[in-house]
Design a protein around this ligand. Structure first.
Ligand SMILES: Nc1nc2c(ncn2[C@@H]2O[C@H](COP(=O)(O)OP(=O)(O)OP(=O)(O)O)[C@@H](O)[C@H]2O)c(=O)[nH]1
Ligand SMILES: [Mg+2]
Length: 448
C-alpha cells in the first residue's frame, strides 16, 4: 500500500480496483451491478446482507459509499433508480441497457491486530454497465476490416436468413465503386440480417453490436458499412467507416474501462443457453471466448506474462459466474458453477487466479421438493411476472460439463420469468441473492 503525508499524518492512498464484467445481452449485468451496490451499501450500514464478506472482515469496521461524481465523462450508474424499481410493488426488472454507465463505490476497511491503530484501507471499486450487444465489439479492436469481413461472411453465408444479403453481394459489379447508395443498401440488408439471426435463431456472436443496439442520439454516417471481402473502391469506403467504428469502441468502452481492468467477471446465462439448444449454446460460449481472448490481448501484452503478474498489471483474478441460479435448486448449483468454468475457455497464464460461481443477483425463488411422475425432484418455487400466485418449476438436470449429444435429446425445459422476492427494508437492507457474497469475497480477497 502507498501512503501520502497529510495534516492528519500518514494516510493510505485510495487504491482503485476495476472490475470488468463481461456478459452478453440479457445475461444479468444490470441486475448484478444493482445487487452489488445495494448489498455492499447494506453491509456497510451493518446489516447482514453479505455473510461471506462479514466472515472475512471478522469484526473489522466496513464503510461503503457511492463515490461522488468526479469530472469523468461517463454517466453514473443509477443505483437508486434501479433499486427503487426492484423495491416497487410489483417489482420491475431493469430495461435493456442502451448506453454505458459507471458504478463507483468507495470502501473503507478497518485494520486489525498490530495495525489496528492505522487509518482504514481505502479502496475505490469501479464497474461498468453497458448494452450486452456492445461486448462483441471488443474483439473488433484486434481485427482489420478484411479479416473481420471474411469471418463475418463465413458465419452467415450458408444461412437461410442471409439469402437476401448474399444475393446483394453477388449482384455487385466486379469492382464496385465507392458509392453511397450501395453502402447504404448493403448496410440495411446486413443489419436486418443481424436482427433476424438474433430474433429467429438465438445466436449471440453478432457483430458489430451497435447495429443491434445503436448508441443514443443521431447515427453517425460511418455506421453505414457491411462486410465485404475484396479490395474494391467500395471496400475501401467501408474500411474507413469500420475503422471509425472501431475507434469509437476504443474511446467509449476500451479506454475508459475494459483496457484497464484488473479483475474480470465472466457472466453467462447458461441456463437460458441450455434451453436455447445446441447451436445457440455453442455460439454463446464461442462469443464469450472471443471476448476473453480480446481482453487478454488488450492488456499489458508488451510485457511477458510473469512480469505482468509480478507488477500486478492486467487481469490477475477471474470469476466465472453462471447467473440466475435461482432457476434451479441448491443441489444443481454446484453443477452450474462447474459448467461455467468448463465452457469458458480462457487463455491461461501463470499467476492468474480463477474461480467459478453460480449466482443469483436478484433472488426470485425458494427451493422445494416436488414429486414428478412419482419421483421427488429438487425444484424451485416462485411467482412468475404477472401471475396471481407462486408456482413450482423444474427445468431439468444441469450438466457439470459441456453437454454431449445425449443431453440434447432431453431438451431443457422453459425458464419462467420470475418476479423478484420482496426486498427487506424497501431495498435499504440489500437485495436477496444467492452466492453474491462469495463472489464479492473472492474479488475483494486481497483487500479484505
Ligand atoms: N430469476 C432470476 N432472473 C434474473 C436474475 N438476474 C436477471 N434476471 C432476469 O434476466 C433479465 C435480464 O437481466 P439484466 O440485468 O437486465 O441483463 P443485462 O445483462 O443487463 O441485459 P442488457 O442490458 O440487455 O445487456 C431480467 O429482466 C430478469 O428477467 C436473477 O438473479 N434471477
Ligand atoms: Mg443491462
Amino acid at each position: 500500500m502507498d501512503w501520502i503525508g497529510t495534516a492528519r499524518g500518514l494516510v493510505p492512498v485510495r487504491r482503485t480496483m476495476r472490475v470488468g464484467v463481461t456478459g452478453l445481452a440479457r445475461a444479468g449485468k444490470t441486475a448484478l451491478l444493482t445487487s452489488i451496490a445495494a448489498n455492499l451499501l447494506a453491509a456497510g450500514a451493518g446489516l447482514p446482507a453479505l455473510p461471506a464478506l462479514a466472515a472475512r472482515l471478522a469484526g473489522r469496521s466496513f464503510r461503503v459509499a457511492v463515490a461522488p461524481a468526479g469530472a469523468e465523462d461517463l454517466p453514473r450508474f443509477d443505483t437508486a433508480a434501479h433499486l427503487a424499481a426492484l423495491a416497487r410493488d410489483p417489482p420491475s426488472w431493469p430495461a435493456r441497457t442502451r448506453t454505458v454507465s459507471a458504478l463507483a463505490l468507495n470502501l473503507e476497511i478497518g485494520q486489525s491486530g498490530l495495525l489496528a491503530a492505522l487509518p482504514p484501507q481505502r479502496v475505490r471499486v469501479e464497474l461498468l454497465d453497458y448494452p450486452g450487444e456492445w461486448l462483441l465489439d471488443l474483439p473488433l479492436l484486434g481485427l482489420g476490416f478484411g479479416a473481420w469481413s471474411a469471418a463475418a461472411l463465413r458465419r452467415v453465408q450458408n444461412r437461410r436468413e442471409a439469402a437476401e444479403f448474399m444475393a446483394f453481394l453477388r449482384a455487385l459489379p466486379a469492382r464496385p465503386p465507392a458509392d453511397e447508395a450501395l453502402a447504404r443498401a448493403g448496410h440495411r440488408l446486413y443489419r436486418a440480417l443481424l436482427h433476424r439471426l438474433r430474433e429467429e435463431t438465438g445466436l449471440s456472436l453478432l457483430q458489430p453490436g451497435r447495429f443491434l443496439m445503436p448508441a443514443p442520439g443521431p447515427e453517425p454516417p460511418w455506421l453505414e458499412f457491411f462486410p465485404l471481402a475484396d479490395d474494391s473502391p467500395l471496400a475501401c469506403l467501408l474500411r474507413d467507416r469500420y475503422d471509425a467504428y472501431v475507434g469509437a469502441v476504443r474511446e467509449q468502452l476500451m479506454d475508459p474501462s475494459f483496457g484497464r481492468v484488473d479483475r474480470l467477471v465472466v457472466l453467462a446465462d447458461l441456463l437460458s443457453a441450455l434451453h436455447a439448444g445446441p447451436a445457440a449454446f455453442a455460439d454463446a460460449t464461442a462469443a464469450l471466448a472471443e471476448v476473453a481472448e480480446a481482453l487478454r490481448w488488450s492488456g499489458s501484452s508488451l510485457l511477458p506474462d510473469w512480469l505482468t503478474t509480478l507488477l500486478g498489471f492486467g487481469i490477475t483474478r477471474v470469476a466465472f459466474a453462471a447467473t440466475k441460479s435461482d432457476h434451479v435448486a441448491d443441489r444443481q448449483r454446484g453443477n452450474l458453477a462447474a459448467l461455467a468454468a468448463a465452457v469458458t475457455r480462457l487463455p491461461m497464464r501463470s499467476g492468474l487466479r480463477t474461480a467459478a460461481f453460480a449466482v443469483s443477483a436478484v433472488r426470485c425463488t425458494e427451493d422445494v421438493v416436488w414429486t414428478l411422475q412419482g419421483h421427488p425432484v429438487s425444484a424451485v418455487r416462485g411467482r412468475v411476472v404477472g401471475a396471481e400466485r407462486a408456482g413450482r418449476s423444474y427445468p431439468g438436470e444441469v450438466p457439470d460439463k459441456p453437454p454431449d449429444a445425449a443431453f440434447w435429446t432431453h431438451p431443457f425445459l422453459a425458464l419462467p420469468d420470475f418476479e423478484p422476492i420482496r426486498l427487506p427494508l424497501g431495498g435499504r437492507g440489500g437485495v436477496p441473492h444467492l452466492n453474491l457474497d462469495a463472489l464479492l469475497a473472492y474479488l475483494l480477497e486481497d483487500v479484505l
